[in-house]
Write a protein that binds this ligand. Structure first.
Ligand SMILES: C[S@@+](CC[C@H](N)C(=O)[O-])C[C@H]1O[C@@H](n2cnc3c(N)ncnc32)[C@H](O)[C@@H]1O
Length: 272
């Protein structure tokens, strides 16, 4: 790929998603997009750029391009400290605070194939605090492909790398092909949908959320995209609601209106 095509493709991807590729990552971008160039029988990345700009199917192809360049790595019970804070500390706080409305509102933003959202569903269920409540557990991603997989709820061994076998046996049934199918009780708890965090016009579909999990998503954004996204999260949380980032992420450079809450299990962000 020549430098000019790289810059044009990466700007297109950035505008559409916030995903940022600096010049050192040109090879990575090339490797991830090459299967799309081949699938469309195009001869060059330049042709692919023109396809994304002008072809009748450009919208659908842009979706496939974003799916191809994004990192979708995820698994059940990933990064336990935040999950312990959620299960052992936040949930009892929410149960007390929301006892009048008996509604719990949680969003897993950038949920990939759904393991994070189903992990939260398990913790909500196991807390025993919300029987008869309205549980609004939403999970979203920009990729239609991963959302379809999340809805199907069928997983391979890799997804269970940090989940104990006892829980796997309790909530999943092994299929003849060796995969594991999620229990219907959990499947119906999560409302999956496509939501592009770069599309700020849609940052009004949730409101008064108790907590947003957005872990290992903004890692791949630049500062401006992170700032826009975090501003959107702020609008959608209720006062005192939590924002949970990945273990390697922080809001340090963003000057965002969140304070650090020192919970027993983890440090998390809380809307001021
Ligand atoms: C590495 S996975 C993280 C999954 C899960 N949150 C976790 O921590 O295990 C990152 C996900 O973010 C999604 N993503 C990237 N940019 C996005 C955007 N602009 N809007 C919504 N989702 C996005 C990707 O498609 C990918 O599935």
């Amino acid at each position: 790929m020549d430098e000019n095509t790289f810059l044009r493709l990466r700007d297109l991807i950035y505008q559409a998603s916030g995903l940022h590729f600096d010049p050192r990552t040109q090879e990575t971008l090339e490797r991830r997009l090459r299967p799309r160039v081949n699938a469309l029988h195009l001869n060059s990345f330049e042709q692919y750029y023109l396809y994304l700009q002008f072809d009748r199917d450009r919208r659908e192809e842009l979706g496939r391009a974003l799916d191809a360049v994004a990192v979708h790595e995820t698994y059940f019970f990933r990064e336990l400290r935040a999950l312990r804070a959620f299960g052992e500390e936040m949930l009892s706080e929410f149960a007390a605070l929301n006892r009048a409305s008996r509604t719990l509102r949680v969003w897993s933003a950038g949920c990939s194939t759904g393991e994070e959202a189903y992990t939260l569903a398990i913790l909500i269920l196991e807390s025993g605090l919300f029987d008869g409540w309205k549980i609004e557990l939403s999970a979203s991603d920009l990729s239609q492909r991963v959302i379809a997989e999340a809805r199907a709820g069928r997983y391979r061994a890799n997804s269970f790398r940090t989940m104990d076998e006892e829980r796997r046996a309790r909530y999943f049934t092994q299929q003849p092909d060796g995969s594991w199918l999620i229990d219907e009780r959990l499947r119906v708890m999560v409302n999956f949908g496509c939501f592009n965090l770069a599309d700020s016009r849609r940052f009004n579909i949730y409101e008064e959320l108790d907590v947003i999990f957005c872990r290992n998503v903004m890692l791949y954004f630049d500062t401006a995209a992170r700032r826009r996204t975090v501003t959107g999260f702020h609008q959608q949380l209720r006062a005192g609601g939590y924002l949970i980032l990945g273990a390697a992420e922080s809001l340090v450079t963003l000057n965002a209106p969140f304070r650090l809450a020192h919970l027993q299990n983890d440090l998390v962000y809380q809307k001021q």
